[in-house]
Ligand binder design. Sequence first.
Ligand code: HEM
Length: 480
Amino acid sequence: MEQFYLSLLLLFVSFISLSLFFLFYKHRIPFTAPNLPPGTIGYPMIGETLEFLSTGWKGHPEKFIFDRMVKYSSKIFKTSLLGEPIVVFCGASCNKFLFCNENKYVISWWPDNVNKVFPTSLQTSSKEESKKMRKLLPQFLKPEALQRYVSVMDDIAHKHFGSFWENNTQVTVYPLCKRYTFLLACRLFMSIEDETHVAKFADPFYLLGSGIISLPIDLPGTPFNKAIKASKFIRKELLKIIRVRKVDLAEGKATPTQDILSHMLLTCNEDGQYMNELDIADKILGLLIGGHDTASVTCTFIVKYLAELPHIYDRVYQEQMEIAKTKSGGELLNWDDINKMKYSWNVACEVMRLAPPLQGAFREAINDFIFNGFSIPKGWKLYWSANSTHKSEEYFPEPEKFDPTRFEGKGPIPYTFVPFGGGPRMCPGKEYARLEILVFMHNLVKRFKWKRLIPDEKIIINPLPTPAQNLPIQLFPHNA
Ligand code: HEM
């Protein structure tokens, strides 16, 4: 019997090894070259991916970076992740180099997983697709548009808090924050308000989010396989929505400027061509992924930190109540109100410093170049890590201390606070995110104080930081 299990195990190991071999075989970029930065490329094929992911699962993603900064170099070291040779850039000057040399030495790059989840990126490339996306966004994220969104966001927040928070003594925060930011995105990107329609997407989005940055093993049951299936399901649903919108536009039931979906359907490229339906579905999918979970993580961690730090809560409450007092019954927040929320935004920034929703992002070297005396070969991937500066004593004294005053005056030195990246690839949704986070804080603190139900709840990074039990809390309404 033992022999049977041993053979089964050997068969399984061989199968996995062969799958990995074929998966990574196409990456023929050499892992060796003269004068590379110090570091190790780890085990054949999987490199150091498991160590990289497992420090995140244990809640300390910075450990992977800081251990190697101590062992090899405080600025750059080489490794291998997700089947690619990678150089990790650490610290302010390295961030500056990557952010300021887009298209000269580097271009944005996403792991192959992303291309497989977004099939339109396979037809061109994720670079081309993200260029198209950046062209489409300004119309939707320009200041005049953003100003209009404030009251819509506040209206949705009122309804959300009315339905899911009020009249409850206990709630679980993370799924509610996801629900809030996802509903906002569905409403503002596609004019969908129906909660049951929106709820249909929630689980597939969770699977998609956690499978995008995982080992690219497309076998039944793996996170990557689940992500691909989820993306197919969501794309199908999006295609239905797109087709209905086309009809509504033709019949005058929808307007060309009502949301990003109309805008995408009616915008053509330099050659006079309109985007096809699948292309639009993928763009909307990308925006929904990039645009809702990042902000919901920030809202969740705001709840966590405000529960732990009553003196910070008191100041946020004071600031938000000053604004609430100026409102007559039912009057919604406006742009001026948002601009008064300075302390609250400093708190949100400090939350993003300590728990950056994205841990970093990738670039690809488009030429051979020398950096800090080391050779970076063309085709190698580069990674900037938010934690390499956010958690560094050099830039943020007592880095583990929660201190929103770091953002007063001139704030942190350039290229050290980078939750949204920097340079031409900086997150185009930064201002949109600021609005939805501040509207959330306003609606939360004016209604409640709260207490964490699991005081030492573990944090895991998968790939976004998340409280392991989704942050259950007990609510204490102010008007009780
Ligand atoms: C707290 C919320 C958010 C955080 C922390 C965040 C962070 C980031 C980061 C770090 C990047 C990568 C930058 C790089 O490659 O160097 C990025 C890219 C991107 N973000 Fe955000 N983001 C947030 C919210 C949003 C929202 C609300 C939207 C949409 C409305 C959005 C849309 C995008 C898009 C489209 C890209 C890709 C840009 C490109 O390829 O050039 N993000 N974001």
